[in-house]
Write a protein that binds this ligand. Structure first.
Ligand code: A2P
Length: 415
């Protein structure tokens, strides 16, 4: 008699190339390096992924949350996934495995649905929004189904004499619905395509304006865009989308997808405190939240706002003028400049250390929500600074860190 053939079924984790905005969040989040990418797609290694789900809630689009039941021997290889423009349909050859044998939770349209089951230890920031955050809309417009917006303003924010060319760009959706919340992002589809003939995929930008519009009551949003002139190695290169955006004129029409993001959101209860830490264009969501609070303050919001903002020099700090004009009793602003001639290098974490007693006061308050946005390199330094401050003021950081994450009170977005 023949021995019984063992048919192993894999619930294979896949990323939808039509929805993915290539933001790298999943690759950064994966605790076991199961996600990789080429110039086209982000893909999951079938032999490495253990379906721990750590990557699912942080994904701003939900593109990560796709699963196909396949025979293990026939799993889609990463080389095959790199060639995809669309996900394959679920084949009929393989029945879905019974629930108890599945190695991954079922696909979910709300990435936060699975948050309770995740080892939050593997993720550095919260994977859930603040309890009082408004419900965001996500993915209303996709690569296949973008909408358009018209440029109504494009202003350089940084001093003409500096190298950093950062723009404040306002786009208007006219009568197309495009509801956003502070902390969300949108995708811009630059025109043209890559050398191998593919259309460019979308580039993601944080929204810099509050939910009720850059101009209150208008259907518009603003973005903070830095013209990219170098790659990560410092070699000269022109960023495809940032140069396109920075060169736009009033009246130009852009293709937009999104909105994205369902966790990096602000609390809605008016007595909540915001501790915001950012560098450069990472100021976009902080500007959105601050402006929303400023408008709401007139209606009785009482929570404290404390901001740490780092830039090379005062001339290279986006929104320097408007920011420093905000009333001191509304926002406690701390600027850190790293390249002011004749002065020592100062980073946001140095400024936090100088204000340790006040930061500790905020850390002790269960109504404090922390937001970190900017350069990847700042994440370690900022978390270390929070740990040091907590330690100096009798707080047990590891326990506090877990609590902040569980309660949607520590949000990190670095790039
Ligand atoms: P630096 O002068 O060392 O580059 P950018 O202008 O490149 O967007 O950077 C914004 C600010 O963030 C700059 O002041 C930059 O300083 C600073 N920065 C760079 N690395 C870190 C880091 N690891 N932690 C905090 N700030 C940083």
């Amino acid at each position: 008699m023949n021995a019984p053939v063992s048919i192993e079924i894999l619930k294979q984790h896949l990323i939808d190339p039509e929805i993915c905005i290539r933001c790298n969040t999943c690759e950064e989040t994966c605790p076991i390096d199961a996600i990789t990418h080429d110039g086209t797609n982000y893909v999951v290694k079938p032999d490495v992924c253990n379906a721990c789900m750590a990557c699912v809630p942080p994904c701003p689009t939900g593109a990560i949350d796709n699963w196909r039941s396949v025979l293990k021997a026939d799993a889609y290889s990463i080389d095959e996934q790199f060639t995809w423009d669309v996900l394959p349909e679920q084949g009929t050859m393989v029945p879905p495995p019974p629930v108890e044998s599945q190695n991954a939770p079922s696909a979910s349209s709300d990435p936060t649905d699975e948050a309770d089951g995740i080892e939050v230890d593997t993720v550095r920031g919260a994977v859930v929004p603040p309890w009082s955050a408004a419900r965001p809309y996500v993915n209303l417009y996709t690569h296949k189904n973008p909408t358009t917006a018209t440029v109504v303003g494009n202003y350089r924010l940084t001093d003409e004499a500096t190298q950093s060319d950062i723009h404040h760009i306002v786009i208007d959706f006219g009568s197309m619905p495009f509801p956003v919340l502070e902390g969300q992002s949108i995708g811009i589809l630059p025109p043209g395509g890559t050398a191998d003939g593919r259309t460019h995929h979308a580039r993601q930008y944080s929204i810099a304006s509050p939910r009720d519009g850059e101009r209150p009551g208008y259907n518009n949003v603003s973005l903070t865009v830095k013209r990219v002139t170098q790659d990560y190695q410092g070699n000269a290169t022109n960023g495809v989308c940032s140069n396109y955006l920075c060169d736009l004129k009033k009246g130009d029409v852009v293709n937009v997808i999104g909105p994205f993001g369902s966790t990096f959101l602000m609390p809605n209860h008016p007595n909540s405190h915001l501790l915001m830490i950012c560098t450069g264009t990472g100021s976009a969501p902080m500007r959105a939240m601050t402006e929303y609070r400023r408008r709401r303050r007139l209606k009785g919001a009482t929570g404290k706002l404390m901001l740490f903002f780092g830039a090379r020099t005062k001339e290279e700090l986006p929104y320097f003028g408007p920011l420093t004009n905000l009333p001191k009793d509304f926002i406690d602003t701390n600027l850190a400049f790293s390249r002011t001639p004749g002065e020592p290098k100062r980073y946001v974490q140095d400024a936090m250390g100088e204000r340790a007693a006040d930061v500790a006061q905020m850390l002790k308050d269960d109504n404090t929500y922390i937001y970190v946005c900017g350069l990847k390199g700042m994440e370690d330094g900022v978390l270390q600074s929070l740990q040091d401050i907590a330690g100096q003021h009798g707080l047990e950081w590891d326990a506090l860190w877990q609590k902040l994450k569980r309660e949607g009170r520590l949000h990190l977005e670095t790039y």
